[in-house]
Design a protein around this ligand. Structure first.
Ligand SMILES: NC(=O)c1ccc[n+]([C@@H]2O[C@H](COP(=O)([O-])OP(=O)(O)OC[C@H]3O[C@@H](n4cnc5c(N)ncnc54)[C@H](OP(=O)(O)O)[C@@H]3O)[C@@H](O)[C@H]2O)c1
Length: 240
């Protein structure tokens, strides 16, 4: 794990959901740039250079359990980049989803990011950032994933409000919206025989590699000029 060396900046990345997929791909890029990387997820991050703090973001009390440890590891950092990447995806409908189920998806996708923002922003110096990993479904809807679409739209509001309320701090925020990316999340919701059809929905006729989104996330942390923006990273999705 990256440590403070006399005379060098301590740069920290806190990323949710780095045990797999896009989050895991991002850890390799941040480690290569000399960051201390802290993963928050239920499983360990397979990247041995990453510190994992086990937590379930669907638990409303998650921060009470891990907050003290997390704050210890970001203390004194010259820059902190907070990446809200973990999300819950259910196949559900606007006509039948219970309030309890919607609340539970919001806890992971919207409330947990708010909890982390509230507790980490006081430790964040100018040059830090908060990046939200959204989705194409943050700005449009398809049928059959009501709570995901609703929570991804809410993440846009969270990010835009954050931008306004962070004015003057030197901390920037934005949303990176991946298209169809080859990860567990996609493969657990799309049958193998439908994958070619999904790939054909990009103008490049292929799925996105998690590393491509990871590169976009790193770029997002480095470019405050895009503060408040929603950046689509989907290879040019073909609209149906
Ligand atoms: N893949 C796509 O096609 C696609 C498209 C658009 C947007 N996205 C967005 O990209 C982001 C990353 O998705 P991915 O495709 O990389 O998914 P993934 O491979 O399934 O990884 C999801 C990560 O989120 C973590 N996570 C899920 N629920 C959690 C919980 N309750 N508490 C803590 N961590 C939790 C998982 O860790 P544990 O299981 O270890 O807890 C895992 O590390 C998500 O925000 C997703 O909405 C993905």
């Amino acid at each position: 794990m990256g440590r403070r060396i006399e005379g060098f900046d301590l740069k920290v990345v806190v990323i949710t959901g780095a045990s797999a997929g896009i989050g895991l791909a991002a850890t390799y890029k941040f480690i290569a740039k000399g960051f201390r990387v802290i993963n928050l997820s239920r499983r360990q991050c397979p990247n041995q250079d990453v510190m994992s703090i086990a937590t379930d973001l669907s638990n409303p009390a998650f921060f009470e359990e891990i907050g003290a440890e997390l704050l210890t590891h970001v203390q004194g950092a010259d820059a902190i980049h907070l990446i809200h990447n973990a999300s819950r995806y259910l196949n559900d409908s606007a006509l039948t989803t219970t309030d309890e189920s919607l609340t539970s998806v919001f806890q992971t996708n919207v409330v947990a990011p708010n909890t982390l923002n509230r507790h980490l922003v006081p430790s964040m110096k100018s040059g830090s950032s908060i990046i939200v990993v959204g989705s194409t479904l943050a700005e449009k809807a398809v049928s059959g994933c009501f709570s995901y679409v609703t929570s991804k739209h809410a993440q846009v509001g969270l990010m835009r409000s954050l931008c306004q309320d962070l004015a003057g701090t030197g901390i920037h925020t934005l949303m990176v919206c991946p298209g169809f990316t080859d990860t567990e999340m996609l493969r657990s919701h799309v049958p193998d025989d439908a994958m070619d059809g999904v790939a054909a929905m990009s103008a490049f006729g292929r799925l996105i590699e998690p590393e491509e989104i990871a590169e976009t996330i790193v770029w997002a942390t480095e470019n405050p000029v895009v503060n408040g923006s929603v950046i689509h990273a989907n290879l040019g999705q073909i609209e149906q």
